[in-house]
Write a protein that binds this ligand. Sequence first.
Ligand code: G3P
Length: 217
Amino acid sequence: MQLFLDSTDVAAIKDLAATGLVDGITTNPTLIAKSGRPMAKVIAEICAAVEGPVSAEVTAQDTAGMLDEGRKLATIAPNVVIKVPLTRDGLIACREFAHEGISTNVTLCFSAAQALLAAKAGAAYISPFIGRLDDVGADGMDLIVEIRAIYDNYDFDTEILAASIRTPTHVTNAAIAGADCATIPPDVFNDLFKHPLTERGLDQFMKDWAKTGQSIL
Ligand code: G3P
């Protein structure tokens, strides 16, 4: 499973990329706003820090505007992936980007029918929003299961990128459901390393080791 960071915090991205465990980055207009910095600069810095795909989202609502913005964003770096919303205009833009050889990540997916259309439009990634479905009383993970079944039935190449991830359990359940990738906020990514029994066990091992008075080196 590929693990992406959902962030525009360049320091946090560099810190986690140094582990070798980060396969890509996703951003959105909210995260760009949170950075308080110019989008093109932030995306360029992220692309320089990470070899994998970096999603940069268009903000136009019409196909022509999305194509103009996407073509411009794609010039920032070869690893830029253009994020388009799952609307009729967004999917028409997605199809054109696919013809032009520009990878897309279709975002704000909340139904399996939407995911089917995105795959037919040639999306490289589909982003179902798990946490936001949970927020409204649905089980976001059911959507991953449905999309996995549909994509496998028809051998679609579109990768399922579980998004709106809020907890480590979201990550593991998305992996069990067969998501190809999960995009994770840095604080949740850091939580993936941790377990209280790991900490307790290590503490005990170190106490017992200290009693031996030995040194390995
Ligand atoms: O990748 C989409 C993600 O940024 C949305 O997350 O927590 O705002 O629903 P959230």
